[in-house]
Design a protein around this ligand. Structure first.
Ligand code: KIV
Length: 276
């Protein structure tokens, strides 16, 4: 049985395909991957875009925030994911301090991610990263923006609550979206903002908006794969829909293995080798 639901006409998703999906009205489906096997399964389902998110810091390494994630760690994840992807557009999330120190640094690091297999990069922020976006795009490095809740700024905000509830913040986020569009992003993530604001941004910019906790009116949606699979059990924000409870399934499987080993039921004769 195949559960593949993506656009099967596209053999290899490109930045241009993602952009044209806004015009055609086809919703963009995006998920995260940090390793080879997850990437291979996702790709076989014809997902449009795979993000090697810096959420790897939370999900894979167990860091409290995304701030400790390094360029080296993201290069490792990029290579692993790249090995599993044939069709989806592969975007790499630039970790904290890999682009904030200036455009030269940003170009060098983004270049390393492209050499590792990424086909574009995502970075957080609006007007403060516009020059960096322009420079990267100028050197042939596609950039996806990220506005609203920007987890790398956690120390400024002090929480992961919804952004853009007040009109001055809404105005700023909308302006930032237009600035990023001007700077040349091919798409932008809108994280945890009211759906009316996400809808207004979606109507105001020519590039696709990809929401996470941003409601119904974006051009696409992105979630963290481990969250929708129910592996990250304690994470239950309102916007999240869980499509499986793999933590429970894993516990059942691990428990059965332990029981079989302890009871002398694993391995059986069939699972053992003989000399002949
Ligand atoms: O790091 C991440 O996973 C993200 C999200 C947009 C899902 O930035």
């Amino acid at each position: 049985m195949s559960l593949s639901t993506g656009n099967s006409k596209i053999e290899k998703v490109t930045v241009e395909d993602i952009k044209s999906m806004k015009q055609s009205g086809e919703k963009i489906a995006a998920l995260t991957a940090y390793d080879y096997l997850m990437a291979r399964i996702l790709d076989s389902c014809k997902i449009d875009l795979i993000l090697v998110g810096d959420s790897a810091g939370n999900v894979i390494a167990g860091y409290g925030t995304t701030l400790p994630v390094s360029v080296e760690e993201m290069l490792y994840h990029t290579r692993a994911v790249h090995n599993g992807v044939k069709r989806a557009l592969l975007i790499l999330d630039m970790p904290f301090l890999s682009y904030q120190c200036g455009t030269d640094d940003a170009v060098r690091n983004a270049g390393l991610f492209l050499k590792a297999g990424a086909e574009g990069v995502k970075l957080e922020g609006g007007r403060q990263v516009a020059e960096i976006v322009e420079r990267l795009v100028g050197f042939g490095i596609p950039v996806m923006g990220h506005l609203g809740l920007t987890p790398q700024s956690i120390n400024v905000f002090g929480n992961y609550k919804v952004r853009g509830k007040k009109s001055d913040e809404q105005k700023r986020i909308l302006e930032d979206a237009k600035i990023l569009e001007q700077a040349g992003v091919f798409a932008m993530v809108l994280e945890k903002v009211p759906e009316q604001l996400a809808g207004e941004i979606t109507k105001s910019v020519s590039v696709p908006t990809i929401g996470i906790g941003a409601g119904r009116f974006c051009d696409g949606q992105i979630l963290v794969s481990h969250d929708i699979l129910g592996i990250n059990e304690d994470f239950r924000p309102k916007f999240l829909r869980k499509y499986a409870n793999l933590a429970e399934e894993m516990r059942k499987a691990f428990g059965s293995f332990i029981k079989d080993v302890k009871g002398g039921n694993y391995p059986s004769e069939k699972e053992s080798y003989t000399a002949s």
